[in-house]
Design a binder for this molecule. Structure first.
Ligand code: SF4
Ligand code: ZN
Length: 297
């Protein structure tokens, strides 16, 4: 019987990339220390700050909510959670129920109350995830800003970052994306700084954490999610090269630091809602407008 490195009890978790075996009682502390290290290394949170966390109910965001709650006491920051109800029927209802179990005081933002339309109707199956991504980014920023937090934290982990990078690179989209970094500074007063405290964590580590801390989470995937073979491909590489995903995202940060200065960004105000945009109308309002015109016939 293999033993836990920390306490000598039978181990149930083997983390290949760290070559360490742990029992389910010792794992949470190990994980929390890793996240704390990421926060310090990239200076994501300062003492006394107010952090907004978007929780969807999936295992990554559940892990984020739980670990930040624990670390908020240790590091000394405040936490505000919120949930965006996209109105994806059964899935959104189940998600909200789980999120309320994680934090009974969670703030709920309802897409339908804001726009008069839920997600499915709004995008009518056409590239729904891209519309949904725009909507979520917009509402997360606006909600967090109105909650007067200093920064917005999301549950993106190494798997997400690596997939995002591969897809863009192969699509010939070499434009630098701030989404690939653990911290996105604000470049306009309307945009909150973004932090990704799980940047160096894998989905598997997050899953172990919610399981070992008995944190509620929703197993169901969004019914509108497309097949994503990229995750499978990355698992394949990870199996042969343990620690690949983590080294990969660290490599992205290193690459970024050495690359040229960022271009300055000229922001305009959306003529409908006043949020930051590059064109006349922001992409959120474009989606909403399109859905309303579609609904009239
Ligand atoms: Fe939105 Fe569902 Fe697509 Fe995720 S999978 S972006 S929640 S529609
Ligand atoms: Zn142990």
């Amino acid at each position: 019987m293999r033993k836990c490195r920390k306490c000598g009890e039978p181990a149930s978790i083997f983390l290949k990339s760290y070559r360490i075996r742990l029992c389910k009682n010792c794992y949470p502390e190990f994980y929390e220390r890793l996240v704390e290290r990421t926060i310090k290394k990239y200076r994501l949170i300062k003492k006394g700050e107010r952090i907004g966390v978007a929780i969807s109910g999936g295992k990554d965001s559940a892990a984020l909510g739980k670990v930040l709650t624990t670390l908020s006491m240790k590091i000394g920051f405040e936490l505000e959670t919120f949930f965006i109800d996209l109105g994806i029927e059964e899935y959104s209802r189940k998600s909200l129920a789980v999120v309320k179990k994680i934090d009974p005081d969670v703030n709920v933002v309802n897409l339908k109350n804001i726009t008069g339309s839920a997600l499915v109707k709004m995008s009518k199956g056409k590239k729904i995830c891209s519309a949904c991504g725009t909507i979520k980014r917009y509402l997360m920023n606006k909600t967090a800003r109105e909650m007067r937090v200093d920064k917005l934290a999301t549950g993106h982990c190494a798997d997400d970052i690596a997939v995002f990078f591969f897809k863009n690179w192969l699509a010939g989209n070499f434009e630098w994306s701030e989404k690939l970094l653990p911290l996105t500074e604000s470049f306009d007063p309307r945009i909150l700084p973004r932090i990704r405290p799980l940047y160096e964590r894998t989905e598997k580590e997050n899953a172990y954490y919610v399981l070992t801390t008995c944190t509620p989470f929703l197993v169901d995937e969004c019914p509108l999610a497309p097949e994503d073979e990229w995750k499978e491909i990355l698992y394949g590489i990870e199996r042969k090269k343990p620690g690949f995903k983590q080294s990969f995202v660290r490599g992205i940060v290193g690459f970024y630091k050495r690359s040229e200065k960022r271009e300055t960004y000229e922001g305009r105000s959306c003529s409908i809602c006043g949020e930051l945009t590059t064109g006349e109308i922001c992409s959120f309002c474009r989606i909403v407008k399109r859905s309303f015109t579609d609904c009239h016939h």
